[in-house]
Design a protein around this ligand. Structure first.
Ligand code: ATP
Length: 522
């Protein structure tokens, strides 16, 4: 299969000069104009391409120097050590930050915002690209209502985004909540909703399954006031079905016709109907109902202007390093005149056409990590891994295996080798720990913290944390078992070389896996 024989890992010089795995080249992509003729989504043809060097300093004085960031936000960012906006933020902020008077930023019933799709490499700063504008847009709100919903595929990502959101909203009155199923349903309910009119959170960060539980089962939990709906790691979310979560969420944000028979009945419609009618009997001001939902009010005589049909003010924001362009999935999102932003990879020079085509062909850009592949016999993998760790002086590596079982087996073997090495050379052993979905949330949190503080040197995991997890000091990513597809590879490798830092990614490839890996970028 390979022309080069598998290298022997006994010699340090060989490690340093391991040959790259010879990969067949991908066929040339068709041109953008040809794809446009064949029905390439116009939004992709018109995508805004952003160079990774498009950074913008964050000014410290009174003048926002065109960033449109409030003085409070600029100070907060600088306090957190962020002195310039990364490319994805430079591109997104002017598009998302309010240009209107603050009182007009929450509801835009006659002029709904364009939805946004962002494709940007791992570690390029996508989280702040939505956290900052959401806080800026909502911080002038008077009444607490659920106005921003951020959906993420895992609990760990929910708590990571919550930390960022809390750090940046300090000094505002915004209330942030999470719903992941980590606490009892009743507890979560009590944290979200006060009564028919008031909510307890402005921003909710959640996983899709738990979100559906609240849409269906929490009285007065309503998405009618949503101004932002963020789907981070959007392609992974769209691949999850969870009781058709997306359909239910979209339905809950969309104003329904007053006559239920026009659209068929559903749990959510009934819920909205109850919410609006009980509201109407209690309150004089129409402020408790979002403008787009007012036409459903009954029993109050409003001027006809109030009751005419208006659009939802909810703006959808999709983010991923591996954004899908699967037309069926994109159509299901019912995007409003979407604007695509594609942040180019930092590596080789790309033309406009080639960048758009990379997204169209799902050929994703990665940070400029050094990537190595070693072809090796499966029986040699544990020893080769042990050797690699010491040869490269690895002290902070994420190691990916194919399953929880494989993870704990590797940790046991590593501990065994490490204890022997410690005894022979009288040196302290490196600490390896397994990180898997079998652990309790609290244990997982504690392990991640120990890894961040470098008390754990080697964290062995399955693809549970291959997406989104942000640990700044990961110097090496090792795919001990090869990833099952290109998306997983991109996200694994993206755990290192984040925010412009350096990093190294190694993959141990068994001979029989060589063919399967032919699509991975070098
Ligand atoms: N403007 C900035 N200046 C300095 N550091 C930044 C800036 N923006 C983001 N960062 C840092 O860069 C790191 C990566 O950011 P983030 O987690 O948002 O990446 P991402 O694009 O969402 O990656 P992934 O696709 O892997 O989820 C974080 O530690 C974040 O704090």
């Amino acid at each position: 299969m390979t022309s080069t024989p598998p290298p022997t890992l006994g010699n340090p010089e060989i490690i340093a000069s391991l040959p790259f795995f010879p990969l067949p080249a991908l066929p040339n992509a068709p041109s953008k104009s040809l794809l446009a003729l064949q029905g390439l989504d116009q939004a992709l043809v018109d995508a805004e391409l952003v160079s990774p060097s498009a950074v913008l300093p964050i000014p410290s004085g009174k003048d926002d120097c065109g960033t449109r960031l409030s003085e409070r936000m600029r100070k907060r960012l600088r306090d957190l050590g962020i002195t310039e906006l990364f490319a994805v933020q430079t591109a997104l902020l002017p598009f998302l930050l309010p240009t209107h008077e603050p009182s007009n930023t929450l509801y835009l019933p006659f002029n709904p915002c364009r939805d946004v799709c962002v494709s940007a490499p791992t570690g390029s700063g996508k989280t702040l690209a939505y956290v900052v504008p959401i806080i800026e847009a909502l911080s002038s709100r008077i009444i607490t209502r659920l106005r921003a919903l951020i959906v993420l595929p895992t609990r760990d990502l929910v708590s990571q985004v919550r930390e960022t959101m809390e750090a940046l909203s300090k000094g505002t009155k915004l209330k942030i909540g999470t719903a992941t199923g980590q606490h009892s349903f009743a507890h979560e309910q009590s944290q979200l909703v006060q009564d028919q009119i008031s909510n307890k959170v402005d921003i909710l960060i959640c996983t899709p399954g738990r979100l559906i539980d609240h849409i269906v089962g929490t009285p007065n939990f309503s998405l009618q006031h949503l101004r932002f709906l963020v789907m981070d790691e959007a392609d992974r979310l769209l691949a999850q079905s969870f009781q058709g979560w997306l359909v239910q969420v979209l339905e809950a944000t969309r104003p329904r016709p007053k006559n239920l028979s026009e659209a068929g009945s559903s749990a959510k419609e009934d819920h909205d109907s109850i919410a609006t009618s009980s509201y109407s009997s209690n309150v004089m001001s129409p402020d408790g109902i979002a403008p787009a939902f007012m036409h459903r009010l009954s029993g109050i005589s409003f001027p006809s202007f109030f009751l005419e049909k208006k659009a939802s003010s909810c703006q959808k924001l999709l983010f991923s390093a591996t954004l899908t362009r699967d037309p069926a999935k994109i159509t299901a999102l019912e995007l409003n005149n979407p604007k695509y932003f594609i942040i180019q990879g930092g590596g080789e020079k790309q033309t406009e056409d080639s960048t758009v085509l990379d997204v169209v062909m799902e050929k994703f850009s990665m940070p400029s990590t050094l990537k190595h592949m070693i072809v090796i016999e499966s029986t040699q993998k544990p020893l080769a891994f042990f050797h690699l760790v010491h040869q490269l002086n690895v002290t902070n590596a994420l190691v990916f295996t194919k399953s929880a079982e494989s993870t704990s087996r590797l940790v046991r073997l590593f501990d065994f080798f490490e204890a022997e090495r410690g005894r022979s050379f009288n040196v302290p052993p490196l600490v390896a720990r397994a990180y898997s979905s079998d652990l309790l949330a609290q244990e997982r949190k504690s392990i991640l913290e120990q890894f961040k503080s470098q008390k754990i040197h080697i964290l062995v995991c399955s693809d549970l944390i291959s997406r989104g997890i942000d640990i700044s000091h990961v110097s090496h990513v090792v795919s001990y078992d090869v990833p099952v597809d290109l998306r997983k590879y991109v996200h694994r490798v993206g755990r290192t070389a984040r925010a412009g830092r350096e990093g190294d990614a190694w993959t141990l490839v068994e001979e029989q896996e060589v063919r399967m890996l032919s699509g991975l970028p070098r």
